[in-house]
Design a binder for this molecule. Structure first.
Ligand SMILES: [Zn+2]
Length: 439
């Protein structure tokens, strides 16, 4: 199995660390598959009849039953718990099955996948651990290409139309600055460019590339909003859990393109997108039928309903939120995730007296579950960071990112005290509260 990250992963959290896969011509046979994924998403986003939608999703469980039998981890775990994969006939049955926590996946990452007929097509992607151990995520070729299939759907959803041979830019604000350009046959014979905002010629490169689609994180978007004379993409995407208040408007002044915020994790791929109506921020429409997010709980629980080498049954990525059936004014009919992140509002105050939405810093902690850190403003420039179970090696880079982010927001000097604590010490009831101010 190749230990590489495919360059064409649109997930900015997956920084290519090793070889970049350049044999993108082999994407071509997957084009009909990508089209069928986009069609499925479009169909399920406008199914008014919940019973019919559930019945169609129940049908998708057949491949999962087979995968659970073939997965060494699931075969053993279900047997020990007294279950049989055949017990999973409908979505209702899921409630009886055991959860798969992120920590468990980290420990059993090699046993959860089903035996691979084409192991060379699989890659192992490392995602930084939320509670310590990094998670190795095995992806098959479809997993790696899935975001491009979903992108077709999201482009249509945003009312955008791509030109022939669209150029896609991953605008990267994280230190590291690795850049590359590869062909992207799976998206209308397009091309993919990864551009680092930390390079001096970043603006020049953007003007030259003229992207039709641009992916970035809130820090990259903030950088974009501070530039002038930029080309306007047809669609801008970001995968922040929380878009800082005002950033949309700030960006729209410079880049008047629709901005689509989606929710994805390295383990699951894209799960939902935030409603594009201005009046409805914080409502994430679930990407059925590829994934099922269980309604009525106070955290995200994912079952993957499309075939993958990595069967995910009741997977808990560690995010808070509640899913319910929805008929949205944007036209969407399906399931919607609300109270995502379970965030309590918190405002930090800069030394000049300006209030800043503390969640503007959420991207800094994107590798950390909301329950394993807490950042407290204890004084004007004095911050306390409490971490539960973070590996020592991750603390230095995290503090660097945090200090740099605070500087960008207006703190010229930052005093940052870091301490490690037990997870229980950060417990704040049902909803995690990773940001607070006590000054
Ligand atoms: Zn909507």
């Amino acid at each position: 199995m190749a230990r590489v990250t495919e360059a064409f992963s649109a997930d900015l959290r997956v920084a290519p660390r090793a070889n970049i896969r350049r044999d993108t011509s082999t994407q071509r046979p997957y084009i009909p598959w990508a089209e069928s994924i986009a069609e499925g998403l479009a169909r399920f986003a406008s199914l008014p009849d919940e019973d019919a939608a559930r019945a169609a999703l129940d049908d998708r469980l057949s491949f999962l039953r087979a995968a659970l039998r073939d997965s060494p981890y699931y075969a053993a775990t279900l047997r020990e718990a007294g279950f049989h994969p055949g017990d999973l006939q409908t979505l209702e049955d899921l409630g009886h099955f055991p959860f798969l926590d992120r920590e468990t996946l980290a420990a059993h990452w090699a046993d959860v996948p089903t035996p691979m007929s084409d192991a060379d097509a699989c890659v192992v992607v490392k995602s930084s651990g939320s509670t310590g151990a990094p998670v190795n995520v095995v992806r098959d070729r479809q997993d790696c290409l899935h975001m491009w299939a979903v992108l077709r759907f999201l482009v249509a959803r945003a009312g955008a139309v791509l030109p022939p041979h669209p150029r896609v830019v991953l605008l990267d604000a994280l230190p590291g600055g690795l850049e590359y350009s590869v062909r992207l046959p799976i998206l209308q014979d397009g091309a993919l460019h990864r551009i680092s905002v930390l390079r001096e010629d970043a603006v020049e490169r953007l003007r030259r590339v003229r992207p039709a689609v641009l992916f970035s994180d809130p820090e990259g978007l903030r950088w974009l909003a501070s530039q002038r004379d930029l080309p306007t993409p047809r669609l801008v995407l970001t995968s922040a859990q929380h878009l800082p208040t005002g950033l949309r408007a700030e960006l729209a002044r410079v880049v008047p393109a629709p901005l689509l915020n989606y929710y994805a994790t390295t383990e699951t791929g894209p799960l939902a997108w935030e409603c594009l109506r201005d009046e409805a921020p914080g409502r994430f429409h679930v990407l059925a039928p590829d994934v099922w997010l269980e309604p009525g709980l106070d955290e995200v629980v994912v079952t993957r309903l499309r075939p993958s080498v990595l069967p995910l049954l009741r997977y808990r990525p560690g995010d808070a939120g509640t899913v319910r059936r929805d008929a949205c004014a944007c036209g969407f009919q399906g399931w919607t995730l609300e109270h995502f992140g379970g965030r309590g509002a918190c405002r930090f105050v800069t030394p000049s007296g300006r209030e800043v939405d503390a969640w503007a810093l959420a991207w800094v902690f994107k590798h950390h579950a909301l329950r394993v850190f807490r950042l407290t403003q204890a004084g004007g420039s004095h911050f306390q960071l409490e971490l539960a179970g973070a590996p020592l090696s991750s603390v230095g880079p995290l503090c660097e990112r945090l200090t740099a982010a605070l500087r960008n927001l207006g703190w010229t000097q930052v005093q940052l005290d870091v301490s490690t604590v037990e997870t229980a010490a950060l417990a704040t009831g049902a909803k995690p509260q990773p940001f607070r101010r006590c000054c």
